[in-house]
Design a protein around this ligand. Structure first.
Ligand code: SF4
Length: 368
C-alpha cells in the first residue's frame, strides 16, 4: 500500500495547481509543500487512480504509456490522509485523478473521499478537489459542499492547440464549458479558496500573448482566483519525450505579467510582447510597459493614487500601501522611501514633492 501511495503521490506532482516545488516535504516521500490561501503548507497531493482512458501526448499517465498503475478507494484514502493529518505530517489535501472510466463515476469517488473526511472524521482543514472535464454540474455543486477550492485544468488556450496535444478532450464543449459551470457555482456559493486552472506552457507553439489574453478573459469573466503556468517538462516514454523543456524564465515572466493583470489592473493589451507575441525573457513586464509609456511618468510619490503608484517598476502592492500610510504621517524623503522598500530602479520614474530624485542624488555626488 505504501508503494501505491508513493507512486500516486509522485504522479500527482505533474499536477501543478498550488505548485511550489518538486522536492518532497521534510523527508516524506509523497508530501509536498504548496501554497494555499497565500500560506506555505505541506499538502498531501494524490491521485485516486492513474489508470486513464485518454492519451494526452505530454502526460505520464496516458493510456499507452507502460507504467505501474494503481487505484485507491475513497475509504482508504480518507482514512490514510486523516491519520497523516492527525500526526501533523500534512495540513491539507489536494485530490485529483486520471480519467479512469466514466468521468462522473470517478468524480463521484473524488467527492466521496472529501465527504468521508468531513462527515466521518470531522476533518476541518483545507481540501482542494479536481473537477474532471465534462463532469456533471450537479457533481460540481456537490464537490463545492466539501471543498475549499475547486479546479479544472484547461491545459492550453485554444481548440487548435488542444487538438495537437490531446485528441480526446474538447476545448469548448468539455473544458471551457465545465470551467464556466465551476465559475457559476463558485459565484453562487463563494468557495473559500476560489477556483483555479492550469496551463501547460511550451508543449506546443502557443504564444505568451494568447496565453495572457485568455487568462485576462478568465480572471475578468469567470472570476478565477489564480491561474497556474506549468512549464512543459518531457516525460520518458511519451510522444513528447524528446521535446525541449520550457525555460524557467518564460514561466517567471508569465507569472509577473499575470500579476499585472490579476492584481495591478493592467489589461492584457497593455502587456508588451515581441513581434512573435512573446514576452521579453530578459526584462520584467512592468519595466517593459514603463519603457513604452514614458508620458505616464514621473509619478508624484506624495500625491498620486495607489493605482498609479503600483504601475511604477520596483513598487509593489505592499510598498505602495506603505507609501500611502507613511505620507499621511510624515514628510516623504528619499531616505524614507528606501527604508520602506522602494527600490533604486524606481527613482527614475518618480518625483518627491516635484523633485526628481535621480538628478538630486547625482548633484549631491557631484558636490564631493
Ligand atoms: S486525461 Fe490526459 S492529462 Fe489527464 S491523466 Fe489522462 S492522459 Fe493525463
Amino acid at each position: 500500500m505504501e508503494k501505491k501511495l508513493k507512486h500516486l503521490g509522485i504522479l500527482a506532482q505533474f499536477e501543478m495547481s498550488n505548485y511550489l516545488t518538486k522536492e518532497p516535504f521534510k523527508g516524506h516521500s509523497f508530501i509536498y509543500p504548496s501554497v494555499a490561501g497565500g500560506k506555505i503548507i505541506p499538502i498531501f497531493k494524490i491521485l485516486l487512480s492513474n489508470y486513464c482512458k485518454f492519451n494526452c501526448l505530454y502526460c505520464a499517465n496516458r493510456k499507452d504509456r507502460d507504467c505501474p498503475r494503481y487505484r485507491l478507494s475513497p475509504d482508504f484514502l480518507a482514512e490514510t490522509f486523516f491519520n497523516f493529518w492527525k500526526k501533523n505530517y500534512v495540513a491539507g489535501l489536494f485530490l485529483s485523478s486520471s480519467i479512469d472510466g466514466d468521468v462522473n463515476e470517478i468524480q463521484e469517488k473524488i467527492i466521496e473521499t472529501a465527504k468521508i473526511l468531513r462527515k466521518k472524521f470531522n476533518y476541518p482543514g483545507y481540501i482542494h478537489l479536481k473537477i474532471l472535464p465534462g463532469a456533471d454540474p450537479y457533481l460540481i455543486k456537490k464537490a463545492s459542499i466539501y471543498a475549499d477550492r475547486l479546479s479544472l485544468n484547461m491545459e492550453t488556450v485554444s481548440t487548435t492547440l488542444l487538438k495537437k496535444i490531446s485528441k480526446e478532450k474538447d476545448f469548448s464543449k468539455s473544458l471551457l464549458k465545465t470551467l464556466k459551470n465551476l465559475s457559476i457555482i463558485n459565484q453562487e456559493r463563494g468557495l473559500k479558496s476560489g477556483i483555479t486552472t492550469q496551463f501547460i506552457v511550451g508543449s506546443e507553439n502557443e504564444k505568451d500573448k494568447d496565453i495572457l489574453g485568455f487568462s485576462f478573459y478568465l480572471y475578468r469573466n469567470l472570476k478565477l482566483r489564480k491561474i497556474y503556468y506549468s512549464g512543459f517538462s518531457p516525460v520518458p516514454a511519451t510522444p513528447l519525450e524528446n521535446k525541449t523543456p520550457c525555460e524557467f524564465k518564460r514561466i517567471l515572466r508569465l507569472y509577473q505579467a499575470d500579476t499585472l493583470i490579476r492584481k495591478y489592473g493592467f489589461r492584457s493589451d497593455e502587456i508588451i510582447f515581441d513581434e512573435e507575441g512573446n514576452l521579453d525573457k530578459d526584462k520584467d513586464p512592468k519595466e517593459k510597459w514603463a519603457e513604452k509609456n514614458p508620458s505616464f511618468f514621473p509619478v508624484e510619490i506624495t500625491k498620486d493614487d495607489f493605482e498609479i503608484l503600483i504601475r511604477v517598476p520596483g513598487i509593489g502592492f505592499q510598498t505602495a500601501k506603505k507609501i500611502i500610510k507613511v505620507r499621511k504621517e510624515t514628510k516623504i524623503t528619499p531616505e524614507i522611501l528606501k527604508k520602506i522598500g522602494v527600490r533604486k530602479k524606481s527613482f527614475q520614474y518618480i518625483t518627491v514633492s516635484g523633485k526628481n530624485i535621480v538628478e538630486e542624488n547625482n548633484e549631491k555626488e557631484d558636490e564631493f
